[in-house]
Structure formats: C-alpha cells, structure tokens
Design a protein around this ligand. Structure first.
Ligand code: ZN
Length: 169
C-alpha cells in the first residue's frame, strides 16, 4: 500500500521512530531523544495499541502526537497486593531496580510479566501492574524509517536490529 508512492506504516513493516512520552502532568517519562531511536514491528503488539493505531498509515517524516487513555495504553491499575519475593530468588547478577520487568508464571504456567516496585534488604516487592498502568500517556513521535520485516522477524514478532540476537523464539 502506498500514498503518492510513499511507503506507509501497516502490519508487517518494521518502523523506526523517535519518541517522547509524557504523563498527564506533562512530565517526561521516557524519550529516545539523544539516543537510539525505537524500532518496532507494526501489527505485532510491540507497542501500546493507542500508539500503534495512531501510527497506522503514516509515512517517513510524519510527526504524530497522540493522547492514549489507560485502556489503550498499559491498562487500568488493578488493586492487587504487592508480592514479596526473597532477594535470593533472583540471580546474583540480576539488576534489581524499580520498574525492572521480569517474567514469571501464573497458576496455569502461562508467562506473566511482573515489575519491581521496590527493593528492600531481604525482599524484592513485585507489582503485577505495569508501572504505567492507569496513566494517560502523551506520545510525540517522529517517523524515521519504514521497511519490510524479514520472514524471521515476522515469525519472531519483533524486529532484529543491528545487534546480535539470541532469543530462540
Ligand atoms: Zn527474534
């Protein structure tokens, strides 16, 4: 699909963007400014739905600003207790900091993401909510590049950048 001969963002494209993310109070939460841009595979749930939808059909050079409510972002915050896990349950060289993401298993053995809430002397407090759950997100995005995903990238469901890639997915 193309508009005036330009490649547009659609499923199966690897898209490179620079972005700045602010919360409802206008505080910058995350930004690629001054560092590497973000690459993602469109249509593969690599980014939150509200942002992915706003980028569909865009072309290189577009500047996109979008406000994403929690239900199209990282979800509503659920009222669940933090889980205390002994520090020893984590590998010694694991970097533990607030917001660090880990994947554990739920009662059915399905992968379940959890996030470090805080680190105490003996225990790590884990939160089942994404750190940005419940937040209204303001994204300002510049589309830098759009290319076809490789077969392998489509199979994996994410882009393979210049760096080595060692997942077996
Ligand atoms: Zn991969």
């Amino acid at each position: 699909m193309s508009t005036n001969g330009k490649v547009t963002i659609e499923p199966g494209k690897v898209v490179t963007v620079h972005y700045t993310l602010k919360n409802g109070e206008g505080e910058v939460l995350d930004s690629s400014a001054g560092s590497e841009p973000l690459e993602y595979l469109h249509g593969a749930d690599n980014i939150v739905p509200g942002l992915e939808n706003a980028l569909a059909g865009r072309v290189v050079g577009d500047h996109v600003e979008v406000t994403v409510p929690p239900e199209e972002g990282y979800g509503e915050r659920e009222e669940v207790d933090l889980q205390a896990v002994p520090r020893g349950a984590f590998p010694q060289d694991e970097e533990l900091f607030p917001g660090a993401e880990f994947v554990t298993e739920d009662e059915e053995g399905q992968p379940m993401p959890v996030w470090v809430h805080s680190v105490e002397d003996e225990v790590v407090m884990l939160d089942l909510n994404h750190p940005l759950a419940g937040e209204t997100l303001h994204f300002a995005v510049d589309v830098v590049n759009i290319r076809d995903a490789s077969t392998e990238e489509l199979e994996h469901g994410h882009p393979h950048g210049a760096g080595a890639h060692d997942d077996e997915a």
